[in-house]
Design a protein. Sequence first.
Length: 261
Amino acid sequence: MAHSKYEYVKAFEREDKLLPNTWIVVRVDGKGFHKFTKEHQFTKPNDITALQLMNHAAAAVMKEIDDLTLAYGQSDEYSFLFKRNTDYYSRREVKLASVIGSLFTAHYVLAWSRFFPDKPLTKPPAFDARAVPYPSIENVRDYFAWRQADCHINNLYNTSFWALVLKGGLTENVAMKRLSKTVAKDKNELLFSEFGINYNDEPEMFKKGSTLVKELVRRVPENRSPRRAACRSSMPTPSTPSCATTARTMSSKKSRGRKRS
Ligand code: ATP
Ligand code: ATP
Ligand code: MG
Ligand code: MG
Ligand code: MG
Ligand code: MG
Ligand code: MG
């Protein structure tokens, strides 16, 4: 009902356009996944199929939204980076967060049975989402370095915790107490001396997370000269996400062939 007497209610809405010329990052995070992973019997500390499902859902989101250039995921979270000059949903914070949160959730649910054919989904997974604008490329790099550092710290803790519980036979409470006040060096030592685990040999995806990069590829139209070739962004099909486990730190990452924006 356009121009009705009721339309004044629209004035209650908050202006939420994110600052122009900033890099917008949207991060989704599983709601209550501590419980969700128990209910669905995820392998601890890292269920590799579940991580692959996260990577799949993220690749599908990247494929659907042209302006997304890079994504980084670990545990139950994924961060998506928009190109700087995006005008997607007029840069409205709530629209960006809600659309990415719900698209991600939808793809996660849609693909669940393909990744876990023998494990029915018994509770609906949900992902919260936030959108944050960063004013400098250094901030963007530090943002991803922060998430990766978080991955490392949590994974070292979880690897030690579950070794104590599953291999050492401790209760979860006792294992937690055993790890309180330990630093990284102590956990490395504990893993090696008590369980023969060299933390450095753990899979890169567990230690560092996963990165998806959308690369521009040059497409040469058949009836045109290569000099006038157009660029388009490309992503692989969702079933084969171009997921690179981050074997290097974010600060050393080169943005090869990506649109400068
Ligand atoms: P919140 O709703 O506040 O995010 P949460 O329970 O999801 O609560 P997180 O800090 O997000 O808390 O932690 C995610 C939990 O899910 C951790 O316990 C983590 O170990 C677990 N988890 C996530 N992915 C996996 C996986 N692939 N395999 C095993 N466990 C996982
Ligand atoms: P936006 O992403 O901007 O919301 P939109 O295409 O979703 O774009 P809306 O204004 O939300 O635009 O319109 C919703 C559209 O979906 C309309 O075309 C409406 O007729 C159609 N639609 C929604 N529900 C039904 C339904 N139950 N049966 C048939 N058509 C429907
Ligand atoms: Mg509508
Ligand atoms: Mg959270
Ligand atoms: Mg969570
Ligand atoms: Mg989390
Ligand atoms: Mg609509």
